[in-house]
Design a protein around this ligand. Structure first.
Ligand SMILES: Nc1ncnc2c1ncn2[C@@H]1O[C@H](COP(=O)(O)OP(=O)(O)OP(=O)(O)O)[C@@H](O)[C@H]1O
Length: 402
C-alpha cells in the first residue's frame, strides 16, 4: 500500500508506524491525545478525559434503550461482563479499562483472561501471569486479575483420559469376548478428545475453571467480573461446545454402564475399573461445568456480552455475524463498542479526512445493519499512544464507560 501512496500519504504513514507519539503526530492524525503526564487522578487528566468524551460522544439513537455506566455499576449483586470480538480490535484494552472503572467506583472487581494468548499483563503493565489471583496495583477498590492457563487447566483431564484403556485391557477383554466394547470406546476417541481438543475446548475449560473458582469463599468478595475473551471464532465454537460434549460424554457414560458388570472381573486382574471410573467421572464433571458455562452465558439477569469492534467494513461484518450467533444461542448482548474512532477535528490533514470518511461509512453500516442497529453503540476514540498501565486505562475507561 505504501508503494502506491502519494509522497504526502507516505510521510504520514511513516509517522504513523515509526514515530514515537508526539504532539505533532497526534495533531496530524487527529487522535485524542493521551496526557503526557498520567498521575491517574489529577484535575487536568479529568478535564482532558471529559473533553475527549464530549468530542467522541456517540450520536443519540432514536428508540435505543439508554444504557449508561450508571446502570452497569448499580447494585452489589455479582454481574459478569464478557468482552469479545475480532482479534486486535481492543478487547483487552476495553475489558481492562472497564475493570479499572468498576474498581474506582467501589466494586471489588476481578478481570479474567481466557484468551490463550493473554495480554492482560501487557495491558496493565504489571506481571499478572501464573494462573492465580494477582492484585492490580493502582485502582481505588480491590482489583484482581486472573490469567487462566488453558493448557494447565486441560492437563488434569488429559491425565485422566490417558489412564482410560490400553492394550492390556483390550487383550483381556478380547479373551472374554468383550473386545467390541473396547473398540467402541476407542471409536469415541476419548483420549484424542482431550489430547487434541476440539476448537473451543480450551476456552470452555478456562471459563469452567473460573466458575469452579467462583464457588470458593476466596472469590465471594467480587461484585463485578470482567472476562477478556478469545477472538470471535473461539467464542462461537465455545457456545456450541456443550452440545458436542453432551453428545460424546453421554455416549461414554452409557458405555461405561454397559461395561460396568464385565469390568468388575477386570478390576481384580488389572485394577483398571477404578481408572475407567476416574476418567468417566472427570468427563462427567467437565460436562456439568460446560452446562454451567452455557447457563452463565445465557443469564440475562447477571451476564452481558459486549461486542468490541472497529469502524472498518471487515470488523463490522464479523461483529454482525457474531451478534447473530450470540442471539441464536440466547446470549444477552446490548452494547457494541466501536473502538479507535477518529474524533472530529478542524485539521485539514488529507489522510485523516479520507480515514474519517471511511470510518463514517462504516458507522453508517452499523446503523443500517439489522443485527447491530438496535444495540447501544459506544464510540471509543483512537488515542495517540498504546494504552498501557492503570492511569492510561483509567483515562480510556472514563471516556468509554459513561
Ligand atoms: N482506542 C485506542 N486508541 C489507541 N490504541 C488502542 C485503542 N484501543 C486499543 N489500542 C491498542 O491496540 C492494540 C491492541 O489492543 P488490545 O490488545 O486491547 O486488542 P485485543 O482485541 O485484545 O487483541 P487480541 O485479539 O490480540 O487479544 C494495543 O496496542 C492497544 O494499546
Amino acid at each position: 500500500m505504501l508503494a502506491t501512496a502519494s509522497p504526502g500519504l507516505q510521510a504520514v504513514a511513516r509517522r504513523l508506524t515509526l514515530a514515537a507519539p508526539t504532539a505533532a503526530a497526534a495533531q496530524a492524525l487527529c487522535v485524542v491525545r493521551l496526557p503526557r503526564r498520567l498521575p491517574g487522578r489529577s484535575a487536568s487528566l479529568r478535564a482532558a478525559a471529559s473533553a475527549a468524551a464530549a468530542e467522541a460522544a456517540p450520536p443519540a439513537k432514536e428508540g435505543a434503550e439508554e444504557l449508561g455506566f450508571q446502570e452497569m455499576t448499580s447494585g452489589t449483586r455479582r454481574r459478569y461482563y464478557m468482552l469479545g470480538g475480532k482479534g486486535g480490535v481492543g478487547k483487552t484494552s476495553c475489558a481492562a479499562s472497564l475493570a479499572v472503572r468498576f474498581a474506582n467506583n467501589g466494586h471489588p472487581t476481578l478481570v479474567v483472561s481466557t484468551d490463550p494468548a493473554h495480554s492482560l499483563s501487557d495491558s496493565f503493565a504489571q506481571d499478572l501471569t501464573g494462573g492465580t489471583l494477582v492484585q492490580v496495583e493502582g485502582p481505588d477498590a480491590p482489583l484482581f486479575a486472573l490469567e487462566i492457563n488453558p493448557e494447565k487447566a486441560r492437563e488434569e483431564f488429559r491425565t485422566a483420559s490417558q489412564k482410560n484403556g490400553g492394550t492390556g485391557v483390550k487383550d483381556f477383554m478380547d479373551s472374554m469376548g468383550l473386545g467390541v466394547l473396547v473398540e467402541q470406546i476407542g471409536e469415541l476417541k476419548l483420549g484424542e478428545l482431550l489430547d487434541t481438543p476440539p476448537p473451543g475446548l480450551d476456552e470452555a475449560i478456562a471459563i469452567s475453571k473460573v466458575i469452579q473458582f467462583l464457588e470458593a469463599q476466596e472469590y465471594s468478595m467480587f461484585s463485578r467480573i470482567v472476562f477478556d475473551t478469545a477472538p470471535t471464532g473461539h467464542t462461537l465454537r465455545l457456545l456450541s461446545l456443550p452440545d458436542f460434549l453432551d453428545a460424546s460424554i453421554g455416549k461414554i457414560l452409557k458405555l461405561r454402564s454397559k461395561i460396568a458388570s464385565a469390568a468388575s472381573a477386570i478390576k481384580s486382574v488389572f485394577g483398571q475399573e477404578v481408572q475407567q471410573q476416574d476418567a468417566a467421572n472427570k468427563l462427567e464433571q467437565l460436562r456439568e461445568r460446560m452446562v454451567k458455562v452455557r447457563e452463565l452465558f445465557r443469564d440475562t439477569e447477571s451476564t452481558e456480552f459486549i461486542i468490541v469492534t472497529i469502524p472498518t467494513v471487515m470488523a463490522i461484518s464479523e461483529s454482525s455475524r457474531l451478534h447473530s450467533s450470540l442471539q441464536k444461542e440466547s446470549v444477552p448482548v446490548r452494547r457494541l463498542i466501536v473502538n479507535q474512532v477518529l474524533p472530529p477535528s478542524t485539521s485539514d490533514c488529507k489522510f485523516c479526512a479520507i480515514k474519517r470518511k471511511d470510518q463514517t461509512r462504516a458507522l453508517d453500516m452499523i446503523r443500517s445493519d439489522p443485527e447491530l442497529m438496535d444495540l447501544n453503540i459506544i464510540q471509543a476514540p483512537l488515542v495517540d499512544m498504546e494504552i498501557r498501565g492503570v492511569p492510561a486505562l483509567k483515562f480510556l475507561g472514563d471516556i468509554v464507560w459513561k
